[in-house]
Write a new protein. Sequence first.
Length: 567
Amino acid sequence: MIDDDREWLENGSRPGSVLRPEIANSWRRSRLSGVSPDTVAILPGDAPLDSKIARVAVPVLGSMAEVLIGANTSLLLSAPDGTMLWRWDEDSRLSALLDRNSAVVGTRWSEDVVGTNGLGTSLETAQAITIHGSEHFAEALHPFTCAGAAIRHPITRRVAGTLSVTSLNKDASPLMAATLLKLVREVEEQLYGASTLRERELLHHFLAERRRADSAVVVVNGDTVIANKAGAKLGIDHRSLWNQVTAGRVRTTDVVLDRSDEISWRAIEHAGSVVGLVIVSDTPTDEAPAATAPGRLTVSSRTPHWSDLPTRLRAVSRGSDRFLVTGESGVGKRTLVQETFGSSGLLPELDGAEAEEVGSRQWLAMAREVLTRTVEDPAAPALLLSHLESLTIGASRSLGRILDALPRSGDALRVVATWTPTGVEAGPVLQSLLDRFASEPFEVPPLRRRPRDILGRLVDQGPTMPVLSPAAVDLVERHPWPGNHRQLEEFRRWIGNQRRPVLDVVDLPARWSRDAARAGLTAIQAAEADAISASLSAHDGNKAATAAELGISRSSLYRKMREFHLT
């Protein structure tokens, strides 16, 4: 540790601007734990060297190390308490220096023992981090550069251990962090493969219930707890609850949850025995809302669901003989109309998108014939008139005249039309056509406002399909889904083609994380972000030119780019 850094740490003043915030925070934790920067006081670890993470990870790491790791590096694996379980070296000098600093199997390298280091700091923060030379708290570790990352169990998401790629400073490579993350993912996939059928069964039930439930969900057995954010706040003693089950008290009235809230539960059975419990709070989360980030999508009982829409559509269309259904492209307007009114078979459909292909004159002739037959014959099913937005101005005017010439049929629904707003205000001719339908159209909510429908399409895919980790599910829920159902179906096909058993956030498109982050921006911030993006694009990414055009300093531009997640 350099002298200036020693001074601010010992005097309690602010760190210099050169020191990264994550390193400064780690140094503070190290100092509060009583770690000395002058000596490395190694303690024996508590974790067994043949722990599950070692049995699973070591074969994977051993087979991949020589292929993925560059010259003069070492791999270090630790247990959740920081005990070093395994070490692999490819350079004798580096190996000797590690031995000299007691970086050997069986010693404990948690941050509270050694101070800032790749294994211990990534374990403390559960985040990937690279520690460069003098950023280590102990001066004896200054010759090393260490990239560390936590290994999470793919089902419980608990930290199962940590992995570090270590080298001497002169041999450090920018690829160390990327290589490390690839190795961590390989180990996590192997952990999923080594998980018991019972653990996988718990994950399947959690994801399925999370999709259907409006509030808190917890899935437990004697060793495992999987919960969403609301479920974690229930404060359930899962071991006590599970002890009641194993003692034979499996009736709902016998299980004591020690809470005043109404909570329902059901058993998960496998091979004739109870292997877990699914616990769901009957109190909707919107009755006791938790603080959420602006723009964060929260599933509640008010969230629309596809199964609710036919009933709502029937209710609002009652008493109308002509009705309009609107909504974004791909939300399922035509499908909803068919499911709602086509109970005895599909409704006949006249598609406005075909007018250009067959010719407006022929299409309008078909429209006059079909509409006349539909209105004049009470036994004929209602007609679906779809894609009004595709009609030309002339065709829209002619269709309006055809509708005007038809007799009105009282309160019996005869014509249901669909229209997709284009983002531009409808012209007078199209607006005149739309005005010929009931004054209050029914809007089908976009998919981003129906998270339960998203999860419903992604959960029930069969036991051989990859599953999304809880973190990936969060990101999927927050994705804006501009293509709605069409985009969701393509995403399902993409999932089916993946070879990994569990897909995490890093496996999803990188832009999704940025889109989710930008969803929390205010209107003013979003406008700023759009202006910066447009200027960067116009100047081919030249930040100096962008800052000059926007009239801000380059430091302000960089800060706003980080704030708005622009790259």
